[in-house]
Design a protein around this ligand. Structure first.
Ligand code: NIG
Ligand code: FE
Length: 411
């Protein structure tokens, strides 16, 4: 292996700051070094500084950033990347006026994806997911969390988690697996919610733990899905197997999911489209990260998440794509960052922190990726030359990612 000198960096983003979660006012702190270089030895970041002070060692491989910005790769901490088929038929239904809940009530939505997933073999699911992940990596995603939750049967959930396990083993970026058996009540348990909760806690969880298939546990805490008592029951059962909670909370309604998640010591509560004063204050007073999914709000035509209120209250906010066939059929984190600024009035600095270091922490990876820190993984985005960092979210829809580095290699 060699040492790379990446020279002529226009803006080196988030270098030399600490690796802690950014919360409240600190979310706007994004140190940027102009006219900089970065040294990468093997798969790690080892040094950086200003070009004017730099003499390139003779034996280094030189890469020229040509005035582009260099950022830590996007850390997408909430996705449903493993699915069998797209759902643009429902998209058309929605254009014609049906609501998300109405589509779910007639067997569409999550249950539609579950039927298709159960009818698809593991290899096919793996190939589809691998292809999606490779496309996202080209757009700058260099760490990702992936949920199950389209199986809703013992076999289906295990199949999804085995696919995620294979991605973990075969892909060069960190992949975290979340068990989301409590995504919806399957048809067979429509009138027997207790029976499904028992299936999750007594059959699925032990089987998943036996193969060590999950890092986190998740529940869709929402009216018509899982209430707060059921959410706590499932998460407490997961905790017995060492799984920390990451919860779908307060998406469609003020569900109590935030308070429940905080009480459970969840790593993150995600969505947060529907927040009240108490939910915001509870989150702000906790160590739980609030993960906002602006493309899901956009796609479902819901009001965007109240990012300003959350940050002003002192919350730690992360941004993620929620990539899934129902509510966010895009995993493009560049778009997520733009939309957070445009739709939620997050400052570019806040949005970049939310999509990098805070996203990394929402996956337990904050001390190995998500910032330019010594001995962090060299997982980086190199952009086209830009006039400023604010240009990145401003020029929404333009692909400014020129190259992506993973473990010290351009991909
Ligand atoms: O995060 N809200 C619950 N789950 C997904 C949507 C799943 C689906 O519609 O397939 C979400 O938005
Ligand atoms: Fe989700």
């Amino acid at each position: 292996m060699s040492t790379i000198s990446l020279i002529n960096i226009g803006f080196l983003v988030n270098a030399g700051h600490d690796q802690e979660v950014r919360r409240g006012a600190a979310m706007a702190q994004l140190p940027v070094l102009e006219q900089a270089y970065l040294e990468i030895k093997d798969d790690r970041i080892v040094d950086w500084g200003l070009m004017k002070d730099y003499t390139i060692p003779e034996y280094h491989t030189v890469a020229d950033a040509a005035g582009g910005a260099v950022l830590p790769g996007w850390c997408d901490s909430h996705t449903h990347l493993v699915f069998a088929a797209s759902r643009e038929g429902e998209f058309i239904d929605k254009l014609k006026g049906l609501s998300y809940e109405a589509i779910a009530a007639k067997g569409g939505g999550i249950l539609n994806s579950a039927r298709k997933l159960n009818a698809t073999d593991e290899n096919t699911l793996y190939e589809l997911a691998k292809h999606r992940l490779e496309s996202l990596m080209q757009l700058g995603t260099t760490a990702i969390e992936i949920k199950s939750g389209y199986g809703l049967t013992l076999e289906g959930e295990l199949k999804m988690l085995r696919v995620i396990q294979r991605l973990k083993q075969s892909m060069p970026i960190p992949v975290k697996a979340t068990f989301l058996g409590a995504h919806a009540f399957p048809e067979a348990y429509k009138n027997n919610p207790g029976g499904y909760i028992r299936l999750i806690t007594e059959e699925m969880l032990p089987a998943i733990a036996a193969e060590n298939l999950a890092d986190y546990i998740d529940v869709f805490c929402e009216q018509g899905f899982f209430n707060t008592v059921q959410t706590a029951e499932v998460c407490n059962a997961g905790a017995k197997y060492g799984l920390k909670a990451k919860i779908h909370a307060n998406q469609l309604h003020v569900s109590g999911g935030v308070e429940t998640g905080v009480a459970l010591g969840a790593v993150s509560v995600d969505h947060l489209e529907s927040m009240d004063h108490q939910a915001i204050q509870t989150l702000a007073a906790s160590n739980t990260i609030g993960t906002l999914l602006p493309t899901a709000a956009f796609f479902l035509r819901m009001p965007f998440q109240p990012a300003r209120q959350l940050i002003d209250a002192g919350c730690a906010v992360a941004l993620a794509s929620d990539f899934n066939p129902g509510s966010s059929p895009s995993g493009n984190m560049n778009l997520v960052v733009s939309m957070a600024c445009i739709g939620m009035k997050m400052l570019p600095e806040e949005a970049i922190n939310a999509a990098t270091i805070n996203g990394a922490h929402a996956m337990g990876l904050g001390y190995e990726t998500g910032s330019i820190a010594r001995f962090n993984k060299a997982n980086l985005i190199l952009t086209q030359p830009v006039p400023s960092i604010a240009y990145l979210p401003y020029a929404f829809g333009t692909n400014l990612v020129k190259k992506v580095m993973v473990n010290g290699n351009w991909i």
